[in-house]
Design a protein around this ligand. Structure first.
Ligand code: LP5
Ligand code: MN
Length: 270
């Protein structure tokens, strides 16, 4: 067995009964305390109202290795991890990679008693078959990002990065975050959204799956397209922002009656 094959396989098919809540793009980090608190209030609610919770990527602002979290996490991260672990102790918790936290590994999932999902998952739900992914892979009109994605998804590059001292990893991650932020203003909406061709290909790749849920684009919504006479639904998860600018956050609920997009309103103080 090569070291590559030792990388534990992640789940790519999921049968979930009852009510499933999905969220993504919370970008948990040190400098967004209100967003963190809003997310923890959401976790409280999920533990009561959902039978399972799926976090579909970009849970964290960036992730430079499980060891950083498991050995000596900063206070904000310690709190986030204990909130996630508390959730996983009450309802099944599933984690998916985003373009910020694709280095999350099974060690973290195990510590949280959560399950790490593959980058694309088919959920067998009360509302039927649903394809779930973070969504960045569909942004194929952004060649700069797709080149970057190919590089950082290379297992050898990932292993080399993860072998670096943690302070160096943190510096590299911050550098790439800065480069990414600086690149945004030079990208048009087409580049920063999923490509229609990529979405069509995703649907036709598995034509029996009529519903796709993804995040990443920060453009929450519901879109229907007709392909070969069949209606396909695309749902986009909201990003979360309760510290700067107009506050927003939300989740998608899957239950027998179907799929629904909800804004998350902070609980009013009793
Ligand atoms: O993240 P966001 O929303 O700002 O923009 C994304 C795309 N950017 C990214 C980069 C992430 O923000 C960085 C996350 C840090 C990862 C930490 C671990 C690093 C490990 C490295 C080695 C394994 O995903 C952005 C898209 C946007 O979504 C919309 O889809 O446009 O893509 C870019 O901005 C890419 C730029 O075009 C080029 C990035 C420059 C990187 C240069 C340094 C590369 C060094 C590689 C190190 C091996
Ligand atoms: Mn993303």
């Amino acid at each position: 067995m090569t070291w590559l094959s030792r990388k534990q396989a992640s789940l790519n098919k999921l049968a979930l009964d009852g009510t499933i809540w999905l969220a993504s793009d919370i970008h948990l980090g040190e400098h967004i305390p209100k967003t963190r608190q809003a997310f923890y209030a959401f976790l409280d609610s999920a533990r009561v109202h959902a039978n399972a919770l799926v976090l579909a990527g970009d849970i964290f602002d960036f992730w430079a290795g499980d060891d950083i979290a498991l050995q000596s996490p900063e206070p904000w991260l310690q709190e986030a991890l204990s909130q996630l672990a508390q959730t996983a102790s009450q309802i099944p918790l599933y984690l998916m990679h985003g373009n910020r936290d694709f280095l999350i590994r099974h060690k973290l999932a195990k510590r949280l008693n959560a399950t790490l999902l593959a980058d694309t998952v088919t959920i067998e739900s009360a509302a039927g078959l649903i394809r779930l992914s973070h969504g960045d892979e569909y942004c194929i009109d952004d060649p700069g990002y797709q080149r970057f994605r190919k590089i950082v998804h290379n297992p050898l590059i990932q292993a080399t990065f993860l072998a670096l001292p943690r302070h160096l990893r943190h510096r590299i991650a911050s550098h790439i975050r800065r480069k990414s932020k600086n690149a945004h203003p030079y990208k048009n909406n087409t580049m920063l959204d999923v490509s229609a061709a990529a979405i069509e290909y995703a649907f036709l790749e598995n034509p029996q799956v009529h519903t796709l849920i993804h995040g990443h684009t920060h453009k929450p919504g519901h879109h229907t397209s007709i392909l070969n006479g069949t209606a396909y639904e695309r749902w986009v998860l909201p990003d979360w922002e309760y510290d700067h600018g107009p506050i927003h956050g939300g989740y998608i609920e899957i239950k027998k009656s179907g799929v629904c997009l909800h804004r998350f309103h902070l609980p009013t103080n009793p």
